[in-house]
Ligand binder design. Structure first.
Ligand code: DOR
Ligand code: ZN
Ligand code: ZN
Length: 398
């Protein structure tokens, strides 16, 4: 089945133009002013046609904690949030620390309705497993968080960096500097996850690494919104001054990308004696950012740069991050659509959201993955995502 997307405002590299797209055999075949016949026609008048949104930091919980989320519910949540590709973190039960465990996860992720890739885990006992083919990065935890994977021994840390093509790092406070130091020492690029304080930004400004990630909860919530377990995450919500510094770093370009850190937990777990860190977010990331566009805090162009172009560039995702002939992922958004966030209409298995009741203006309305319409104005159409591929780089063997 081919699809024509007519009269949308299309985000082409370097310009926005009203154009028609023809999608056939899983990819964009033509971008033109011409009206082409097709089996399915999407009238995109008044909509923006964006390159597929990439969420490069999610925890889909499979294997091991499928009571919280799995690849089907997590990926439906992604598709409904306009996310066409996600990169999944390794702090599963058991953590993704060996090639066999990665293969097992690969097999499970075939049920995802959106495209997917994997960050690989690291630990002192599994250095010899680093780094499997076709992974986005090695994830390093320098701080304690869900899954107890933190690396405290500098010799181990150096080995992990040396063996990796790219490290993504959970580093809070002073640990940011430590991550930068090991990146330099080993000539391995690093992307710093979920930056949340003015102090971290200062260190990063002096010595910017390949990637600097910010998360929606640190941009749209502050310590003042802290209601207990359901707004508890690592890093924690921060005072308003830190939030302002984050927005500043978004507008001056220091922050390279926004990712959700989608970290669903059951209501039962959150209400228990030791509430785990994390909030769901893959489905609300784009609406929150589009709402910020409507409030003039951001340009639509910035959203595309932060959530599609830059994640594709940093993680070297083949065929992602732009609308061009041969690519197949698109997110169509209606900047004028107003809707309330309600957990019972979201798709995550966890059944709650820290943004409950918030009215947001600007929502995805169609999500196209590998040339297939997967999310159609509120309806999910079963489809199959594919594992992403990565461009080779200078640290790869020829
Ligand atoms: O809040 C968090 N949740 N921070 C992390 O680093 C891990 C994540 C999770 O897996 O729940
Ligand atoms: Zn983290
Ligand atoms: Zn995370």
């Amino acid at each position: 089945m081919n699809i024509a997307i007519l009269n949308g405002k299309v985000f082409l590299p370097g310009m926005i133009t009203e154009a028609n797209l023809l999608i056939e055999d899983g990819v964009i075949k033509s971008i033109s002013k011409q009206r082409l016949p097709a089996d399915k026609v999407i009238n995109a008048r008044g909509l923006y046609v964006l390159p597929g949104i990439i969420d490069c930091h999610v925890h889909m919980r499979e294997p091991g904690q499928t009571e919280k989320e799995d690849f089907v519910t997590g990926s439906c949540s992604a598709a409904a949030g306009g996310v066409t590709t996600f990169l999944d973190m390794p702090n599963n039960r058991p953590p993704t620390l060996t090639k066999d465990l990665l293969e097992e996860k690969r097999r499970l992720a075939k049920r995802s309705v959106v495209n997917f890739g994997f960050h690989f885990g690291s630990s002192p006992d599994t250095l010899n497993e680093l780094v499997p083919e076709n992974t986005a990065s090695t994830k390093v935890f320098l701080d304690e968080s869900t899954g107890s994977l933190s690396i405290t021994d500098d010799t181990v840390l150096e080995q992990v960096f040396r063996r990796s093509r790219l490290v993504t790092c959970h580093a809070e406070g002073e640990n940011v500097r430590k991550a930068l130091e090991f990146s330099h020492k080993t000539s391995t690029p690093v992307s710093i996850c979920h930056v949340s304080t003015a102090q971290e930004l200062q260190a990063l400004q002096k010595d910017p690494p390949l990637g600097i990630e910010a998360c929606p909860h640190h941009l749209f919530l502050s310590q003042n919104d802290d209601t207990g377990p359901f707004t508890l995450m690592k890093p924690r919500l921060k005072p308003k001054d830190d939030v302002a510094a984050l927005w500043q770093a978004i507008s001056n370009g220091l922050i390279t990308h926004v990712a959700s850190d989608h970290a669903p937990h059951t209501i039962e777990d959150k209400e228990g004696g030791m509430p785990p860190y994390g909030v769901p977010g893959v489905e609300t990331m784009l609406p929150l950012l589009l709402d910020a566009v409507n409030k003039d805090r951001l340009k639509l162009n910035d959203v595309v740069r932060l959530c599609s172009q830059n994640p594709a560039r940093i993680f070297k995702l083949q065929g992602k991050g732009s609308i061009s002939v041969g690519n197949g992922d698109l997110t169509l958004v209606d900047l004028k659509l107003k809707r309330k966030v309600k957990a019972d209409t979201l798709h995550s298995k966890c059944g709650w959201t820290p943004y409950e009741g918030k009215t947001l203006k600007g929502w995805p309305v169609y999500t196209i993955i590998n040339g297939t319409l997967v999310y159609d104005e509120g309806a999910m159409i079963p489809g199959q995502g594919m594992e992403v591929k990565y461009e080779r780089d200078r640290k790869d063997p020829a």
